[in-house]
Write a protein that binds this ligand. Structure first.
Ligand SMILES: [Zn+2]
Length: 496
């Protein structure tokens, strides 16, 4: 057994090659005494292996704060009389499946037990309150780190964190004290102005710090563990993932069009240079629904993910007693087979053609904890529906790789750093094409790219309505003669 284990590929290589993955939600309220009573770890893993699954996420800690391993430092589910995670890890090892522990940081149990640790929200931001622990509170030192150090002793391939980022502003005493100490200025009472922008910049640093803390706690015990944070480094909180992140992941918002979401996020992840997965669910209407998605829809989602170079993770939720719905497993197995027969063509890599810029600085400068990424979404939708192959790149990567692209699109990215302005000038002078929209590079009433574009700003239009009429007859080909009505923001410019 030990010899077999030492022959195992390192988690990094092994998981990167695993395109067929599953995730099992198992949020079980503390009062449920049926917890895991119908669960057989051997049988569960055996069925997954038969279904063609290569790696899966299994619960270490749920949203309530219940732990599913034999913990001495955390709150084990009160009705769980076995080491559920341990059994699953052992069974998975015997069959060569990869296991990632799911860890949810909301910890409602500790938030109730320690009201002083609770996320309180910001009085100037309605709806920002919450029942969960604040990630700037002593919970990190007293609960999070000790639990992770204990968890890391299991023979896992990695840990998947849920909600390990600031998702709502918070004005608790810990947030106030930490902000004032680190930023050196008073905590902002109003959700606007320079003080607020400084606060949002600080939120970005808090996120980075949380990832660093989680990685060092886990890697101090097992440096091989792959760390992933659900929704981190996505366009709503963009940035370069640090070295300690093993792979990128998100469960796409299926209340929107899942295929479109999968395409959008897979393209963005692919531009960040790390292995990634995209999670879609087996549910008809996302989490909380027990209906089964049609096979054709699931296959379209999986195809989109693997075509963009990602691994496909299919999410399910176990019943309260731990059993998996056999129909859900059957659906998964058919999707896994679809992926398996195409695996020879993977991993694929994108051929540079059109680049779309995502400026991380622009997103954070919006002054929101979660940025509005609709301009980038719009560019992706336009290109996808027009059948134009494209990549999404952060500023830093675009600077390095721009000459490989024939066209660069900058969709309403307000902050364009001076080095990038210079680089774009050279790129265009060398024959490259540039397309910008709306308020790109608009700072202090000036367009930083104005000289290159040959225009000067006249005004930012106050109304969110306008019409498009192509001035160049070449662009009018195939368009109706009447002006095209558009709901959106515009700037008025004149030829310089
Ligand atoms: Zn707080």
């Amino acid at each position: 057994m030990e010899a077999g284990r030492s022959m195992r590929l390192p988690a990094f290589i092994g998981l990167t090659r695993a395109y067929r993955r599953a995730h099992f939600d198992y949020h079980t309220p503390p009062g449920v005494d049926a917890v895991a009573k119908g669960f057989d770890a051997e049988r569960f893993v055996e069925r997954l292996a038969e279904a063609g699954c290569q790696a899966f996420n299994f619960f270490a800690k749920d949203v309530f704060g219940n732990c599913y391993w034999d913990t001495k430092v955390g709150n084990k589910h009160p009705h769980l009389d076995r080491d559920l995670l341990g059994e699953v890890v052992d069974a998975a090892r015997r069959r060569g499946l990869r296991v990632i522990a799911y860890y949810n940081v909301m910890d409602l149990i500790n938030a109730r037990r320690h009201p002083e640790w609770r996320h309180v929200g910001h009085p100037a931001v309605p709806g920002s309150e919450g029942e969960y622990v604040c990630l700037n509170s002593p919970w990190v030192e007293e609960v999070f780190i000790p639990e992770l150090k204990e968890l890391a002793h299991y023979d896992l391939d990695g840990v998947f964190f849920d909600f390990l980022y600031v998702r709502q502003p918070c004005a608790c005493r810990w947030c106030r004290e930490t902000f004032e100490r680190e930023a050196g200025e008073p905590f902002p009472e109003r959700a606007e102005g320079p003080g607020w922008r400084k606060y949002i910049e600080w939120v970005r640093k808090v996120n980075d710090k949380l990832v660093e803390v989680a990685c060092s706690a886990l890697h101090s015990v097992n440096p091989q563990l792959l760390v992933a944070v659900n929704w981190a480094y996505t366009p709503r909180q963009p940035g370069e993932p640090p070295e300690c992140i093993g792979y990128l992941t998100l469960d796409v918002d299926e209340t929107r069009c899942p295929v479109l979401e999968a395409s959008y996020h897979a393209k963005h992840f692919d531009g960040l240079g790390k292995p990634f997965e995209v999670m879609v669910t087996r549910f008809l209407k996302w989490w909380g629904d027990w209906g089964l998605k049609p096979l054709e829809q699931l296959l379209a989602e999986c195809a989109t993910v693997i075509a963009n170079g990602g691994a496909c993770n299919i999410g399910d939720h176990l019943y309260v007693d731990g059993r998996q719905d056999p129909a859900a497993l059957e659906l998964m197995s058919r999707a896994f087979e679809f992926i398996r027969v195409r695996e020879e063509c993977l991993p694929s890599s994108s051929v540079p053609y059109v680049a779309v810029l995502l400026s991380a600085a622009s997103s954070w400068a919006q002054g929101r904890v979660l940025a509005d990424d609709s301009p980038l979404r719009g560019a992706h939708l336009l290109l996808l529906e027009s059948g134009v192959h494209h990549d999404v790149l952060l500023d830093s990567r675009l600077m390095e790789e721009m000459y490989e692209y024939r066209l660069i699109i900058v969709p309403s990215q307000r902050v364009v750093e001076p080095e990038l302005v210079d680089a774009l000038k050279e790129y265009v002078a060398g024959g490259g094409s540039l397309l910008v929209t709306f308020d790109t590079s608009l700072a202090d009433g000036q367009l930083e790219l104005g000289e290159l574009l040959g225009v000067e700003l006249e005004s930012e239009e106050p109304v969110e309505l306008g019409y498009i009429r192509p001035l160049d007859p070449g662009l009018a080909k195939g368009l109706p003669e009447s002006p095209i009505f558009v709901r959106g923001r515009f700037t008025a410019v004149r030829a310089a």
